[in-house]
Design a protein around this ligand. Structure first.
Ligand code: ATP
Ligand code: FE
Length: 321
Protein backbone atom coordinates (compact mmCIF):
# COMPACT_ATOMS: atom_id res chain seq x y z
CA UNK A 1 0.00 0.00 0.00
CA UNK A 2 2.80 2.42 0.92
CA UNK A 3 4.43 4.01 -2.16
CA UNK A 4 5.46 7.35 -3.67
CA UNK A 5 2.30 8.04 -5.74
CA UNK A 6 -0.33 10.48 -4.57
CA UNK A 7 -3.81 8.97 -4.20
CA UNK A 8 -5.35 12.17 -2.81
CA UNK A 9 -4.04 15.58 -1.73
CA UNK A 10 -6.82 17.38 0.15
CA UNK A 11 -6.10 20.89 1.42
CA UNK A 12 -8.47 22.97 3.57
CA UNK A 13 -7.60 26.65 3.26
CA UNK A 14 -8.57 28.98 6.07
CA UNK A 15 -10.56 31.93 4.74
CA UNK A 16 -10.87 33.46 8.22
CA UNK A 17 -7.38 35.08 8.06
CA UNK A 18 -8.38 37.33 5.15
CA UNK A 19 -10.69 39.27 7.49
CA UNK A 20 -7.85 40.00 9.91
CA UNK A 21 -5.13 40.73 7.34
CA UNK A 22 -2.92 37.92 8.65
CA UNK A 23 -2.93 34.62 10.54
CA UNK A 24 -4.45 34.82 14.06
CA UNK A 25 -2.93 31.79 15.87
CA UNK A 26 -5.95 31.01 18.05
CA UNK A 27 -8.33 31.12 15.07
CA UNK A 28 -5.94 28.98 13.04
CA UNK A 29 -5.92 26.17 15.61
CA UNK A 30 -9.71 26.31 15.99
CA UNK A 31 -10.08 26.04 12.21
CA UNK A 32 -7.71 23.04 12.26
CA UNK A 33 -9.94 21.35 14.84
CA UNK A 34 -13.00 21.94 12.67
CA UNK A 35 -11.36 20.73 9.47
CA UNK A 36 -9.22 17.78 10.50
CA UNK A 37 -11.90 15.04 10.59
CA UNK A 38 -13.72 16.11 7.39
CA UNK A 39 -10.39 16.47 5.56
CA UNK A 40 -9.32 12.95 6.52
CA UNK A 41 -12.69 11.51 5.46
CA UNK A 42 -12.42 13.36 2.16
CA UNK A 43 -8.83 12.18 1.60
CA UNK A 44 -9.80 8.54 2.20
CA UNK A 45 -12.85 8.84 -0.04
CA UNK A 46 -10.85 10.42 -2.88
CA UNK A 47 -8.17 7.75 -2.60
CA UNK A 48 -10.93 5.16 -2.52
CA UNK A 49 -9.47 3.33 0.47
CA UNK A 50 -10.64 2.42 3.94
CA UNK A 51 -8.72 3.61 7.02
CA UNK A 52 -7.95 -0.02 7.86
CA UNK A 53 -5.83 -0.22 4.69
CA UNK A 54 -3.43 2.49 5.91
CA UNK A 55 0.17 1.36 6.57
CA UNK A 56 1.31 4.32 8.69
CA UNK A 57 0.37 7.85 9.65
CA UNK A 58 2.72 10.79 9.01
CA UNK A 59 2.17 14.20 10.60
CA UNK A 60 3.86 17.61 10.78
CA UNK A 61 5.70 17.97 14.08
CA UNK A 62 6.97 21.50 13.36
CA UNK A 63 8.02 24.22 12.77
CA UNK A 64 4.88 26.35 12.88
CA UNK A 65 2.18 27.71 15.16
CA UNK A 66 2.05 25.53 18.26
CA UNK A 67 -1.76 25.47 18.59
CA UNK A 68 -2.20 24.20 15.04
CA UNK A 69 0.66 21.70 15.34
CA UNK A 70 -0.88 20.31 18.55
CA UNK A 71 -4.16 19.57 16.76
CA UNK A 72 -2.38 17.55 14.05
CA UNK A 73 0.04 15.85 16.44
CA UNK A 74 -2.67 14.72 18.87
CA UNK A 75 -4.87 13.52 16.04
CA UNK A 76 -2.06 11.56 14.36
CA UNK A 77 -1.07 9.95 17.66
CA UNK A 78 -4.65 8.85 18.34
CA UNK A 79 -5.10 7.50 14.82
CA UNK A 80 -1.86 5.52 14.99
CA UNK A 81 -2.86 4.11 18.38
CA UNK A 82 -6.42 3.33 17.27
CA UNK A 83 -5.41 1.63 14.03
CA UNK A 84 -2.26 0.12 15.52
CA UNK A 85 -0.03 1.43 12.72
CA UNK A 86 3.37 3.21 12.88
CA UNK A 87 3.59 6.93 13.56
CA UNK A 88 6.01 9.09 11.51
CA UNK A 89 7.03 12.64 12.44
CA UNK A 90 7.80 15.13 9.66
CA UNK A 91 9.76 18.38 9.66
CA UNK A 92 7.71 20.83 7.59
CA UNK A 93 10.71 22.51 5.90
CA UNK A 94 12.26 19.16 5.01
CA UNK A 95 8.90 18.27 3.45
CA UNK A 96 8.91 21.40 1.26
CA UNK A 97 12.23 20.10 -0.16
CA UNK A 98 11.34 16.41 -0.40
CA UNK A 99 8.15 17.32 -2.30
CA UNK A 100 10.46 16.99 -5.33
CA UNK A 101 10.42 13.22 -4.80
CA UNK A 102 6.66 12.81 -5.19
CA UNK A 103 6.05 10.39 -8.05
CA UNK A 104 5.26 12.35 -11.19
CA UNK A 105 5.79 11.00 -14.69
CA UNK A 106 6.34 14.49 -16.09
CA UNK A 107 9.31 15.46 -13.95
CA UNK A 108 12.71 14.02 -13.07
CA UNK A 109 13.89 13.85 -9.49
CA UNK A 110 17.02 15.69 -8.37
CA UNK A 111 20.16 13.64 -7.85
CA UNK A 112 22.16 14.18 -4.65
CA UNK A 113 23.80 16.46 -3.76
CA UNK A 114 21.66 19.41 -4.82
CA UNK A 115 20.87 22.90 -3.57
CA UNK A 116 17.35 23.72 -2.41
CA UNK A 117 16.13 27.24 -1.87
CA UNK A 118 13.06 27.08 0.38
CA UNK A 119 11.05 30.25 0.08
CA UNK A 120 7.85 30.33 2.07
CA UNK A 121 5.65 32.23 4.50
CA UNK A 122 7.92 31.69 7.49
CA UNK A 123 11.31 30.76 5.99
CA UNK A 124 13.93 31.70 3.43
CA UNK A 125 16.74 29.17 3.34
CA UNK A 126 19.41 27.81 1.04
CA UNK A 127 19.95 24.17 1.93
CA UNK A 128 22.62 21.73 0.80
CA UNK A 129 20.77 18.44 0.34
CA UNK A 130 23.26 15.57 0.58
CA UNK A 131 20.67 12.84 0.94
CA UNK A 132 16.97 12.51 1.83
CA UNK A 133 17.66 13.09 5.50
CA UNK A 134 21.08 14.70 5.42
CA UNK A 135 20.65 18.43 4.91
CA UNK A 136 22.73 21.45 5.87
CA UNK A 137 21.40 25.01 5.98
CA UNK A 138 23.94 27.24 4.19
CA UNK A 139 22.07 30.50 4.62
CA UNK A 140 18.76 31.87 5.87
CA UNK A 141 16.89 35.06 6.58
CA UNK A 142 18.02 37.18 9.50
CA UNK A 143 14.58 38.78 9.88
CA UNK A 144 11.40 38.51 7.74
CA UNK A 145 10.78 35.57 5.42
CA UNK A 146 10.35 36.22 1.72
CA UNK A 147 6.63 35.27 1.87
CA UNK A 148 6.21 37.86 4.63
CA UNK A 149 7.97 40.42 2.46
CA UNK A 150 5.35 39.77 -0.26
CA UNK A 151 2.41 39.73 2.16
CA UNK A 152 3.46 42.78 4.20
CA UNK A 153 4.23 44.96 1.19
CA UNK A 154 0.95 43.83 -0.37
CA UNK A 155 -0.81 45.03 2.79
CA UNK A 156 0.92 48.44 2.48
CA UNK A 157 -0.66 48.89 -0.94
CA UNK A 158 -4.06 47.74 0.30
CA UNK A 159 -4.18 44.16 -1.01
CA UNK A 160 -5.91 41.45 1.09
CA UNK A 161 -4.06 38.62 2.88
CA UNK A 162 -2.19 36.63 1.64
CA UNK A 163 -0.95 39.23 -0.83
CA UNK A 164 1.85 37.22 -2.48
CA UNK A 165 -0.25 35.68 -5.29
CA UNK A 166 -2.00 39.04 -5.90
CA UNK A 167 1.30 40.92 -6.21
CA UNK A 168 2.38 38.23 -8.67
CA UNK A 169 -0.77 38.64 -10.80
CA UNK A 170 -0.54 42.45 -10.89
CA UNK A 171 3.24 42.36 -11.49
CA UNK A 172 2.70 40.56 -14.78
CA UNK A 173 1.06 43.69 -16.20
CA UNK A 174 3.59 46.20 -14.83
CA UNK A 175 7.08 47.55 -15.50
CA UNK A 176 9.62 45.89 -13.15
CA UNK A 177 12.06 48.81 -13.50
CA UNK A 178 9.48 51.54 -12.79
CA UNK A 179 10.49 52.08 -9.15
CA UNK A 180 13.95 50.89 -8.12
CA UNK A 181 14.09 49.64 -4.52
CA UNK A 182 17.40 49.01 -2.72
CA UNK A 183 18.96 45.54 -2.56
CA UNK A 184 20.15 44.88 1.03
CA UNK A 185 23.80 44.05 1.61
CA UNK A 186 23.89 40.88 3.70
CA UNK A 187 26.94 38.71 4.31
CA UNK A 188 27.37 35.20 2.91
CA UNK A 189 24.27 33.30 1.92
CA UNK A 190 21.96 34.94 4.47
CA UNK A 191 19.00 37.14 3.54
CA UNK A 192 17.23 40.17 4.97
CA UNK A 193 13.82 41.49 3.94
CA UNK A 194 12.77 43.87 6.71
CA UNK A 195 14.66 46.85 5.19
CA UNK A 196 12.90 46.36 1.87
CA UNK A 197 9.49 46.41 3.56
CA UNK A 198 10.39 49.69 5.34
CA UNK A 199 11.73 51.34 2.20
CA UNK A 200 8.57 50.42 0.30
CA UNK A 201 6.44 51.80 3.16
CA UNK A 202 8.34 55.14 3.15
CA UNK A 203 8.22 55.33 -0.63
CA UNK A 204 4.45 54.80 -0.70
CA UNK A 205 3.87 57.29 2.15
CA UNK A 206 5.95 59.95 0.37
CA UNK A 207 4.30 59.43 -3.02
CA UNK A 208 0.79 59.33 -1.54
CA UNK A 209 1.41 62.60 0.33
CA UNK A 210 2.12 64.25 -3.04
CA UNK A 211 -0.48 62.34 -5.03
CA UNK A 212 -3.27 60.70 -2.96
CA UNK A 213 -4.23 58.21 -5.70
CA UNK A 214 -0.60 57.20 -6.42
CA UNK A 215 -1.12 53.54 -5.48
CA UNK A 216 -4.32 53.25 -7.53
CA UNK A 217 -2.62 54.82 -10.55
CA UNK A 218 0.55 52.72 -10.37
CA UNK A 219 -0.47 49.44 -8.69
CA UNK A 220 0.86 47.22 -11.48
CA UNK A 221 4.22 49.00 -11.72
CA UNK A 222 4.60 48.98 -7.92
CA UNK A 223 3.94 45.22 -7.78
CA UNK A 224 6.26 44.52 -10.71
CA UNK A 225 9.02 46.57 -9.03
CA UNK A 226 8.55 44.83 -5.66
CA UNK A 227 8.62 41.40 -7.30
CA UNK A 228 11.65 42.28 -9.41
CA UNK A 229 13.58 43.40 -6.30
CA UNK A 230 12.64 40.29 -4.29
CA UNK A 231 13.52 37.95 -7.17
CA UNK A 232 16.86 39.76 -7.63
CA UNK A 233 17.69 39.28 -3.93
CA UNK A 234 16.86 35.56 -4.13
CA UNK A 235 18.72 34.96 -7.39
CA UNK A 236 21.87 36.80 -6.24
CA UNK A 237 22.19 34.47 -3.28
CA UNK A 238 21.30 31.36 -5.23
CA UNK A 239 24.01 32.13 -7.81
CA UNK A 240 26.46 32.74 -4.98
CA UNK A 241 25.56 29.37 -3.44
CA UNK A 242 26.15 27.58 -6.75
CA UNK A 243 29.53 29.32 -7.10
CA UNK A 244 30.50 28.51 -3.52
CA UNK A 245 29.56 24.81 -3.63
CA UNK A 246 30.14 24.05 -7.31
CA UNK A 247 26.75 22.29 -7.32
CA UNK A 248 24.61 23.17 -10.34
CA UNK A 249 21.54 21.12 -9.47
CA UNK A 250 19.14 23.65 -8.05
CA UNK A 251 15.62 23.14 -6.65
CA UNK A 252 13.14 25.63 -5.24
CA UNK A 253 10.31 24.87 -2.83
CA UNK A 254 7.74 26.49 -0.51
CA UNK A 255 4.82 28.81 -1.26
CA UNK A 256 6.84 31.54 -2.97
CA UNK A 257 8.16 29.03 -5.52
CA UNK A 258 4.70 29.43 -7.11
CA UNK A 259 5.75 32.98 -8.04
CA UNK A 260 6.03 33.54 -11.79
CA UNK A 261 9.04 35.85 -11.41
CA UNK A 262 11.18 33.38 -9.48
CA UNK A 263 10.13 30.47 -11.73
CA UNK A 264 11.16 32.44 -14.82
CA UNK A 265 14.45 33.58 -13.24
CA UNK A 266 15.40 30.01 -12.28
CA UNK A 267 14.55 28.75 -15.77
CA UNK A 268 16.67 31.56 -17.27
CA UNK A 269 19.63 30.56 -15.09
CA UNK A 270 19.22 26.98 -16.30
CA UNK A 271 19.66 28.14 -19.91
CA UNK A 272 22.37 30.74 -19.29
CA UNK A 273 24.41 29.06 -16.57
CA UNK A 274 23.98 25.40 -17.38
CA UNK A 275 22.11 24.57 -14.17
CA UNK A 276 19.73 21.66 -13.88
CA UNK A 277 16.68 23.09 -12.15
CA UNK A 278 13.73 21.57 -10.33
CA UNK A 279 10.58 23.63 -9.96
CA UNK A 280 7.60 22.06 -8.14
CA UNK A 281 4.14 21.73 -9.64
CA UNK A 282 1.90 24.51 -8.29
CA UNK A 283 -0.04 22.20 -5.96
CA UNK A 284 3.21 21.14 -4.27
CA UNK A 285 4.51 24.70 -3.67
CA UNK A 286 2.24 26.01 -0.90
CA UNK A 287 1.44 23.76 2.06
CA UNK A 288 -0.07 20.44 1.03
CA UNK A 289 -0.63 16.92 2.29
CA UNK A 290 1.35 15.16 -0.43
CA UNK A 291 4.66 16.65 0.74
CA UNK A 292 4.07 15.25 4.22
CA UNK A 293 3.06 11.94 2.64
CA UNK A 294 6.27 11.62 0.62
CA UNK A 295 8.40 12.13 3.74
CA UNK A 296 6.19 9.55 5.44
CA UNK A 297 6.90 7.11 2.61
CA UNK A 298 10.68 7.75 2.67
CA UNK A 299 10.84 7.27 6.44
CA UNK A 300 8.53 4.23 6.30
CA UNK A 301 10.98 2.59 3.88
CA UNK A 302 13.73 3.10 6.46
CA UNK A 303 11.57 2.02 9.39
CA UNK A 304 12.07 5.45 10.93
CA UNK A 305 9.07 5.57 13.26
CA UNK A 306 8.34 7.59 16.37
CA UNK A 307 6.40 6.70 19.53
CA UNK A 308 3.53 8.12 21.55
CA UNK A 309 5.84 10.30 23.67
CA UNK A 310 6.44 12.65 20.72
CA UNK A 311 5.30 16.27 21.06
CA UNK A 312 4.85 19.16 18.61
CA UNK A 313 7.71 21.65 18.22
CA UNK A 314 7.02 25.26 17.20
CA UNK A 315 10.71 25.89 16.53
CA UNK A 316 12.16 22.90 14.77
CA UNK A 317 15.21 23.25 12.54
CA UNK A 318 15.84 20.76 9.76
CA UNK A 319 17.66 17.93 11.59
CA UNK A 320 21.33 17.75 10.55
CA UNK A 321 22.69 14.35 11.57
P1 ATP B 1 6.57 27.93 6.27
O1 ATP B 1 6.56 26.90 5.20
O2 ATP B 1 7.78 28.78 6.26
O3 ATP B 1 6.25 27.37 7.62
P2 ATP B 1 3.93 28.61 5.41
O4 ATP B 1 3.75 27.14 5.46
O5 ATP B 1 2.95 29.50 6.08
O6 ATP B 1 5.38 28.96 5.94
P3 ATP B 1 3.69 28.32 2.55
O7 ATP B 1 2.32 27.76 2.51
O8 ATP B 1 4.80 27.42 2.20
O9 ATP B 1 4.03 29.07 3.92
O10 ATP B 1 3.70 29.61 1.62
C1 ATP B 1 2.80 30.66 1.82
C2 ATP B 1 3.46 31.93 1.35
O11 ATP B 1 3.67 31.86 -0.06
C3 ATP B 1 2.62 33.19 1.59
O12 ATP B 1 3.46 34.19 2.13
C4 ATP B 1 2.13 33.56 0.19
O13 ATP B 1 1.92 34.93 0.00
C5 ATP B 1 3.29 33.08 -0.64
N1 ATP B 1 2.91 32.87 -2.05
C6 ATP B 1 2.07 31.93 -2.56
N2 ATP B 1 1.96 32.08 -3.90
C7 ATP B 1 2.75 33.14 -4.26
C8 ATP B 1 3.07 33.80 -5.47
N3 ATP B 1 2.54 33.39 -6.63
N4 ATP B 1 3.91 34.85 -5.42
C9 ATP B 1 4.45 35.27 -4.25
N5 ATP B 1 4.21 34.68 -3.07
C10 ATP B 1 3.37 33.64 -3.06
FE1 FE C 1 5.00 25.80 4.40
Amino acid sequence: MCNDSVLSNVVATQKIHEEYGGVVPELASRAHQQHIVPVIHQALAKANIDKNQLSAIAFTRGPGLLGSLLVGTSFAKSLSLGLDIPLIEVNHMQAHILAHFIKDEASTKPEFPFLAMTISGGHTQIVLVKDYFSMEILGETLDDAVGEAFDKTAKIIGLPYPGGPLVDALAQKGNPKAFPFPIPKVKGLDFSFSGLKTSILYFIQKQTAEQPDFVEQHKEDICASIQYTIVSILMDKLKKAVKQTGIKRVAIGGGVSANSGIRAAVQKAEKEKGWTTFIPKFEYCTDNAAMIGIVGFLKYREGDFTDQSISAKARYNIPNP
